[in-house]
Design a binder for this molecule. Sequence first.
Ligand SMILES: CC(C)(COP(=O)(O)OP(=O)(O)OC[C@H]1O[C@@H](n2cnc3c(N)ncnc32)[C@H](O)[C@@H]1OP(=O)(O)O)[C@@H](O)C(=O)NCCC(=O)NCCS
Length: 198
Amino acid sequence: MLRSFRKIRFWLQAERIGPDMPLTHLLLFSKRAGHWLARKKLKVCEAGAEIRPHAYLVETKHISLGKNVVVRPGCKLFAVADSQGRGQIILDENVLVGSDVHIYVSNHTFGDPDQDIIYQGHDTPSSVHIKRGAWIGAGAIILPGVTVGRNAVVGAGSVVTRDVADNSVVVGSPAREVRRCTSGRDPSASNPPGAISA
Ligand SMILES: CC(C)(COP(=O)(O)OP(=O)(O)OC[C@H]1O[C@@H](n2cnc3c(N)ncnc32)[C@H](O)[C@@H]1OP(=O)(O)O)[C@@H](O)C(=O)NCCC(=O)NCCS
């Protein structure tokens, strides 16, 4: 009995959400309970932000979800608790995230050829920031230190190793720019329909 109570308390308090934390996983099946959990565990969880079942988030106190951001099934957001705030994952307002998107903020250290990598520790983490309105296609992988610009598009299955400029479309592994979107409209307009130019 006491063990079960401790386990439930652990699931509610630990900075993780996902299938290996059964209670947190179950709560995600209810939109309202899931939002409550996300507000409790994440650094920031704005109105309309949602985490769907089968997403997996680690070091949740270093993850911020802006307004309307939905973290879909199969996504893995692995932040790092770093005292200087270098391991954050920040998804701004209206970022679209496809299913199975992975975001990482740290690398294993591997420079010593004589020591197993498991014993070499980690490099300094480097935050990932996805700016407002960007779209990350399904199955994309965003690597440590990357900033994806405003309204940029990352193609499905891409591996993003470098920053992505505002309004650009990047695809492949490593992700390369294939086009940029321009509107030619007043940027202060509320929802300008963008025209795509190659
Ligand atoms: C990125 C994307 C939006 C680009 O669409 P588009 O502007 O119509 O681009 P095009 O189809 O004209 O492709 C341009 C080039 O990039 C390549 N390309 C497009 N998407 C690619 C991808 N995901 N990975 C690798 N290459 C890709 C095309 O083959 C083409 O190359 P080519 O010029 O050598 O023929 C689209 O391909 C994509 O990946 N969508 C994601 C879908 C998704 O994840 N949906 C989940 C719902 S959230």
